[in-house]
Design a protein around this ligand. Structure first.
Ligand code: NAD
Length: 476
């Protein structure tokens, strides 16, 4: 079995202990991943610390050029890395472009774009005050060493979101991939690191314990975390001991509200992918759908037709639109939530029964006759199941959207943009999309409120989040 290695200070580092990475579609063992020791984590942080001043001191144009080289490396290795994403995470290879399934090739295309865009952004000196007596400038300085902890759903794209703005701003990075999807990230960073000075990007693989070694390290200057709220709370507690600042991109339970004037046919495809992108294993997927009584049956019929038409299987095979759920824990959670809904009297419109055979396959499932308070509505399912809840008036739908301690995304669907905007502004979420859901963009800030976390990524605001302001105040 092939063993993979971490990258620390530009060198391959293996560990005495390792663990297997498995293909969720087949159960096949894909390779052996090093389980980093506490000492190895400390060495990786030390390497990042040593490399940081030199990296930050480089002329801006030089750092930008190196990052554009990194984008070329990603492009050149896209097929190799996409295959790792499919084998390890499960999403189909798919294609790139408007008519293609947004799968692993789409993820790699995203990695390239989310590298090019921050590489081309600047944070110029901001003169915040000036008169005859004084001039006050705000400069942006890197934090130093950034610790990044990533989840398994979009393993390479989320790693890129954490790494690229950080190094663009002059920080160095130590990233711990999810234990479920380590190989793709180890390979991505290995290839990227070849284009960068040693120590600028480093990896430490392992489970939660290894993540703990990293976030508890007093030499880490900022933590970027993407994952569940429960883990976020543990990391925030660890960070508090050293007063380490954090960005928390946590789970969501996005509401999608269809207004009574919406056209079920016109919005069906957008709504479908808004809910089922990556088998629903996306932080900002629509996870509960609120529809007016008048449109309920038409919306359900449109979504059912799409759900039943999507071929599911091993993502390495051609023509597959949906892969497996990524891991056993998530699969069991989905099964349990659907079984609880059934026991509570909900209607299973399609799906609802686990598939036979190897792999964590679960059919796309629509659930009706369900209400707020049911576990499937109130908890983040993070899987291929959408509860559809009837509402009587828009006020009650807004109240439903806001009643949970989650606020990552939400969406409003309507033919009348002004009306949709009026509803959107009353929803407690970091982003409210109108007539689309989950439509993130590298120039547009993205982040949650309430239990979905704090801080933003992407665009100029995302770049600011990996820097600290320094005021230079000049007496005239
Ligand atoms: P998770 O919280 O179980 O794990 C995330 C990462 O944290 C993994 O790398 C894990 O090893 C690490 N970890 C676990 N315990 C740790 C500890 N004590 N200290 C340090 N690190 C530790 O999350 P997951 O199951 O990988 O991902 C699914 C969750 O992530 C969902 O809730 C989803 O909504 C959320 N998510 C959020 C966003 C976002 O941008 N807001 C994006 C993707 C996923």
């Amino acid at each position: 079995m092939k063993s993979f290695a971490n990258t620390v200070n530009g060198r391959a580092v293996s560990s005495v202990n390792g663990f297997e990475s498995k293909n969720p579609a087949t159960g096949e063992v894909l390779g052996l991943v090093p389980n980093s020791s506490a000492e190895q984590v400390a060495q990786a942080v030390a390497a990042a610390r040593a490399a940081q001043p030199g990296w930050a001191a480089r002329p801006d144009a030089e750092r930008k050029a190196l990052m554009m080289k990194v984008a070329e490396v990603i492009k050149g290795s896209a097929e190799y890395l996409a295959e790792w994403v499919t084998r390890e995470q499960g999403k189909p290879l798919g294609g790139v472009g408007p008519d293609q399934v947004p799968g692993a090739r789409f993820e790699l295309w995203g990695c390239e774009v989310w590298t090019q865009v921050p590489a081309s952004l600047d944070l110029p000196v901001d003169v915040v005050f000036e008169d005859a007596t004084r001039r006050d400038e705000v400069h942006r300085k890197p934090f130093g060493v950034i610790a990044a902890i990533a989840p398994w759903n979009w393993p390479l794209l989320i790693a890129i979101w954490q790494i690229i703005p950080s190094i663009r701003a002059g920080n160095t990075v130590v990233i711990k991939p999810s234990e479920y999807t380590s190989i793709g990230t180890l390979e991505l960073v290995r290839l990227m690191a070849e284009a960068l000075p040693p120590g600028v990007i480093n990896t430490v693989s392992g489970g939660g314990e290894v993540g703990g070694f990293l976030v508890e390290n007093a030499d880490v200057d900022k933590i970027m975390f993407t994952g569940s709220g429960a883990t976020g709370a543990r990391i925030a507690a660890a960070a508090a001991k050293n007063l380490t600042p954090t960005t928390m991109e946590l789970g969501g339970n996005d509401a999608a509200i269809v207004l009574p004037d919406a056209d079920p046919k016109a919005m069906a495809m957008g709504l479908f992918w808004g809910a089922f992108l990556n088998m629903g294993q996306t932080c900002a997927c629509a996870k509960r759908l609120y529809v007016p009584e008048s449109l309920h049956d038409a919306v359900v019929a449109e979504l059912k037709a799409l759900a039943e038409a999507m071929p599911m299987g091993n993502g390495m095979d051609a023509g597959i639109a949906m892969g497996p759920i990524q891991n056993r824990m998530q699969y069991d959670k989905v099964v349990s939530l659907v079984e609880q809904a059934k026991a509570g009297g909900a209607t299973i419109v399609c799906g609802g029964k686990p598939e036979e055979g190897p792999g964590y396959f679960y059919p796309l499932t629509l659930v009706t006759n369900i209400a707020d308070g049911a576990a499937l509505v109130d908890q983040e399912q993070f899987g291929p199941v959408l509860p559809i809840i009837k509402y009587k008036d828009v006020e009650s739908a807004i109240a439903s959207a806001n009643r949970l301690d989650a606020g990552l995304g939400a969406s409003v669907w309507s033919a009348d943009i002004e009306q949709a905007k009026a509803v959107a502004s009353r929803i407690q979420a970091g982003t409210v999309w109108i007539n689309q859901h989950g439509a993130i963009h590298p120039m547009v800030p993205f982040g949650g409120v309430k239990g979905s976390g704090w801080g933003v990524e992407f665009g100029t605001d995302g770049l600011k989040a990996v820097t600290q302001p320094q005021v230079i105040s000049i007496k005239k």
